[in-house]
Design a protein around this ligand. Structure first.
Ligand code: XMP
Length: 529
């Protein structure tokens, strides 16, 4: 991908920038997205762009401010990402954070050197002449540092705003221009009042009013979709999850009867999922909903297969075949809508020659290949997950759907360990439904991020009445996590676990034992297959 391709990523979604916007130049920090998130918390639209976006392009986009993110490199390292020095001549306020500050200072002729000791973790920051960046903040703050290099020998064009014991230039400002640099990370929660400092930059220094709202984003996206689509038809694949549901609801608002939704019942769904989709998109939103009953096709293809990766491959392939068959007869269909979110855009390498290390590997089941020949519409590619939920709420989707736990593309197949058969799926669906019901009843559903039942491929001995039984085992998995990349098992109350276990054993035929999974990720994964 070239620099100009990624520039285009700026304008494909909500049209060119017309609203108050802060751009974050991404130098590869794992917290670059978090910076964008924090800015949006202040109701100002914010996007990550490549660190080397040209000054010319930035002038065209006319953001209110620029933030240069941190990054793992050393400014003097081989191939270290640099910034176009022209950006400092644009008259746009700039805040460099950590590596961003160092790149800024180097570009402006100051010296950056390795520190004698790496500073990592909490540090006490003492404000000297805070100015507008530190307005309303105490003279002393605990901040989060993570750096090896630091800016030395500032010339007289900069003034020092704050220092720490190891870092005399912990916060600086250009004497004549609105160019700031801070060595610490205001975006992480470990920095005391970091959001206040960012707010000072965004509002007082950049002059943003903070008028960005999800409702205006919806209107803007609808307009953009209508303009792009014209009279053509758009197909949206529904999975039952929140992303595709919000995408469909948004498109329905934008183009109404020009939208066709396709929902593939692969027989691997949670209990009641198909009915919920039928109600939501067939009755509530009266979309042209095609429910494809492909249960037999999937289950036939999975017959005798117990290897998890083979299951995934088969399901992915059958899904594409079914989707192809269904969509080929839909007249005038030119576009395919997908619920891609902003983190996917960044993590899946929309910026592959950018400096960010890829830290999340992707599960690709449920994806549709380009060869289907549709043009893609991704109306949510600029949004974070919680913004998508907010959008779902605004569009009138029910809370239960909006807050639904994530569900893997291959569905219950990867929770039905061993061979997937209709009988085993039924057992798993029933057990899972009991767990979810009890989590709702006890107000725990929203306290954990993902919970589900797993059917193990083995039988154990039990005793019911006077009879010895030899039946299936259900494992319960529930995790607390911020990002699904690491996770801890949920400390669910014993009495809740007891109710789940009793109900499953008493009412799900063929199960005589329930166990609770107490493994964290890593080293385990969230799913069992
Ligand atoms: P793991 O098991 O890798 O799961 O810790 C992390 C998150 O990814 C989901 N997951 C999948 N999602 N297709 C998907 O679309 C898959 O094959 C798949 N496998 C795991 C999992 O549910 C969890 O939220």
């Amino acid at each position: 991908m070239t620099s100009s391709d990624s520039d285009d990523a700026l304008v494909t979604s909500a049209g060119d920038i017309q609203q108050e916007t802060i751009l974050v130049l991404d130098f590869g920090s794992q917290t670059a997205q978090l910076i964008a998130r924090r800015v949006r918390d202040q109701h100002v639209f914010c996007q990550l762009v490549r660190h080397d976006l040209s000054a010319k392009r930035i002038r065209e986009l006319a953001p209110q401010g620029l933030i240069l993110s941190g990054g793992p490199a050393s400014v003097y390292g081989k191939g270290a990402p640099q910034v176009d020095p022209g950006i400092f001549e644009l008259g746009i306020p700039i805040l460099g954070i950590c590596y961003g500050m160092q790149a800024e200072c180097k570009a402006l002729g100051c010296e950056v050197k390795p520190s004698e000791s790496r500073e990592f973790g909490h540090t006490e920051l003492k404000c000297k002449d805070g100015g507008p960046l530190f307005a309303g903040l105490p003279d002393s703050l605990t901040v989060w540092m993570s750096h090896g290099d630091r800016v030395e020998n500032l010339d007289e064009s900069f003034i020092v705003l704050a220092e720490t014991e190891d870092c005399p230039n912990a916060a600086i400002k250009h004497r004549d221009r609105e160019i700031y640099g801070i060595q610490f990370h205001p975006e992480v929660t470990h920095t005391q009042q970091g959001e206040h400092l960012l707010g000072n930059f965004i509002r007082s220094i950049c002059g943003c009013k903070g008028s960005w709202k999800i409702s205006s984003f919806i209107d803007q996206e609808c307009e953009a979709v209508r303009e792009r689509v014209g009279n053509s038809r758009v197909i949206c694949g529904l999975s039952g999850g929140v992303d595709s549901s919000v995408t469909a609801a948004l498109l329905y608002k934008a183009i109404g009867s020009q939208l066709t939704c396709i929902f593939v019942d692969n027989g691997l769904l949670r209990k009641g999922e198909r009915e919920q989709v039928e109600y939501e998109f067939g009755e509530h939103f009266k979309t042209d909903l095609h429910v494809v009953d492909a249960r037999k096709r999937f289950l036939d293809a999975l017959k005798g297969v117990d290897d998890p990766q083979k299951k995934r491959k088969i399901i992915g392939k059958v899904f594409i075949d079914v989707f192809k068959d269904e969509s080929k007869d839909i007249e005038d269909a030119r576009f395919l809508a997908q619920g891609t979110l902003y983190p996917d855009v960044i993590e899946s390498g929309a910026n592959p020659d950018g400096p960010a290390a890829t830290i999340k590997s992707h599960h690709n089941v449920g994806g549709l290949p380009r060869e289907l020949g549709f043009e893609l519409i991704e109306p949510m590619r600029m949004l974070f997950k919680d913004e998508v939920r907010l959008m779902g709420h605004e569009l009138g989707l029910p809370e239960k759907l909006i807050w639904r736990h994530p569900f893997p593309g291959p569905g219950l197949a990867v929770r039905c360990l061993g061979e997937v058969t209709p009988q085993r799926l039924l057992i798993l669906q029933e057990a899972d439904a009991i767990l979810i019901e009890e989590l709702y009843e006890s107000d725990y559903y929203h306290k954990v991020q993902q919970a589900f039942a797993v059917l193990l491929p083995l039988q154990t001995v039990g005793v019911m009445g006077d009879e010895r039984t030899y039946e299936d085992v259900i494992a319960i998995r529930s995790v607390d996590t911020d990002n699904f990349m690491t996770a801890d098992w949920s400390r669910l109350p014993y009495d809740l676990l007891q109710r789940v276990s009793t109900r499953i054993i008493n009412s799900v035929r063929g199960v005589n034992r329930v166990v609770y999974d107490i493994s964290s990720k890593p080293p385990s994964t969230i799913e069992w297959e």
